[in-house]
Write a protein that binds this ligand. Structure first.
Ligand code: PLP
Length: 378
């Protein structure tokens, strides 16, 4: 099977198998307990935290259960509430649902939310965001890499522009698709909150991390035993955390070569598939090296997905979480006509994918298009 759905989730790093044996033998104690083996587990959790923070020069971090929990924590509890006053928020129109749906809820609670669409280049511009910032803008949330198109937003420039207009406005970037893939120096930026998820970088599902700047307002979203410095109660997912750090360590080895390899795979596939009738490359120029979003007019994405599945290739039509209730919000926000949005498919890569896999995928995709393109039943 050729797996080209790495933006949905990634295969756990092979090193995690040995790590699990060690965890099951000695690292399984509750890190909050007070005897030596537990203290050692706590030390390992903190070493993992340090490695994950250092990768982006993040000042502080708490572990969460996933990227979704990180976003919910920031958007509901990561800004200064001015008594019961209704406040203003800005986000992009193409955020992942774990951000978008939080803002819909804030709107239902009476807050004002502006949704910024991507410009022609498929990215959210600092100017478009800054023009909306006002005196009571509590939080701006713009994702670093879009999970469907791969567009990379300049979150540092966005944060600079926002703070120039209102220094009190807080800035959050969902970094789930960007973390360890796109260079980012959090300490050197004006971004206040940033989130990542282990299963997108060859770790395990069920572990996420929320990075934040010291002093940024943050209240616990889950309350209870007071773990994670009272900011996130619940016994730490020790193995998930250790696995996250191990996977990150592996991915960071020769990271530049890995990035170049994925870019080569992406360019090769894109060039081959652009030969097809009605082919459109939706991923903007300079998009993330692991995501290629294309549409072939007259071929519904879902049909192409299943044809390729028969040939042993796994791809996606959009984000995995919305594939069961397909929404075209992301594609609409980058100006794609609905008829073409229905034809979008996403190929996403990891460093282990090979050129042979990509050549095979290109060949099977072109063959499927030749045979079935245009057979749309309405
Ligand atoms: N943000 C983005 C951009 C994503 O792609 C995803 C997952 O697809 C998430 C957030 C949610 O992460 P998790 O699955 O860890 O909740």
């Amino acid at each position: 099977m050729i797996y080209l759905d790495n933006a949905a989730t990634t295969k756990p790093a092979a090193a995690l198998q040995a790590l699990f044996c060690q965890y099951a033998e000695q690292d399984w104690h509750n890190p909050s307990a007070m005897y030596l083996p537990a203290v050692q587990s706590e030390q390992k959790v903190n070493a993992a935290r340090k490695l994950l923070k250092d990768a982006i020069h993040a000042p502080e971090a708490i572990f969460t259960s996933c990227g979704t929990e990180g976003s919910n924590t920031v958007i509901f509890n990561g800004w200064s509430k001015k008594g019961g006053a209704k406040q203003h928020f800005i986000t992009s129109a193409y955020e992942h649902p774990c951000v978008y749906e939080c803002f819909r809820q804030l709107e239902q609670q009476g807050h004002r939310v502006d949704y910024v669409s991507a410009g022609k280049a498929g990215v959210i511009t600092p100017e478009a965001v800054a023009s909306l910032v006002c005196e009571d803008t509590a939080l701006v949330a713009v994702m670093h890499v879009n999970n469907e198109t791969g567009a990379v937003n300049d979150i540092c420039a966005i944060a600079d522009a926002v703070k120039a207009k209102n220094p009190e406005t807080l800035v959050y970037a969902d970094g789930v698709q960007a973390y360890l893939r796109i260079p980012f120096d959090m300490a050197g930026s004006k971004v206040d909150y940033y989130t990542a998820s282990a299963h997108k970088v060859h770790g395990l599902k069920g572990t996420g991390i929320l990075f934040y700047k010291k002093g940024s307002p943050l209240k616990a979203y889950l309350v209870g035993g007071g773990q994670e410095g009272t900011l996130r109660s619940g016994t730490e997912n020790t193995f998930g955390i250790l696995a996250f750090a191990e996977a990150a360590k592996m991915l960071l080895q020769n990271n530049t070569q890995k990035t170049a390899h994925m870019q080569m795979l992406k360019d090769t596939l894109c060039t081959a598939l652009m030969q097809a009738k009605g082919a459109v490359c939706i991923s903007p120029a300079n998009s993330a090296p692991h995501i290629l979003n294309m549409a072939f007019s007259g071929m519904r994405g879902e049909v192409l997905l299943h044809l390729l599945e028969k040939d042993g290739v796994c791809i996606a039509t959009g984000s995995a979480c919305s594939s069961k209730k397909r929404s075209f919000r992301v594609h609409e926000s980058v100006g794609l006509p609905p008829a073409l949005a229905e034809c979008a498919v996403r190929f996403s890569f990891c460093p282990d994918n090979t050129l042979e896999e990509i050549q095979y995928t290109a060949e099977k995709t072109l063959a499927a298009l030749k045979k079935f393109q245009g057979f749309i039943r309405r």
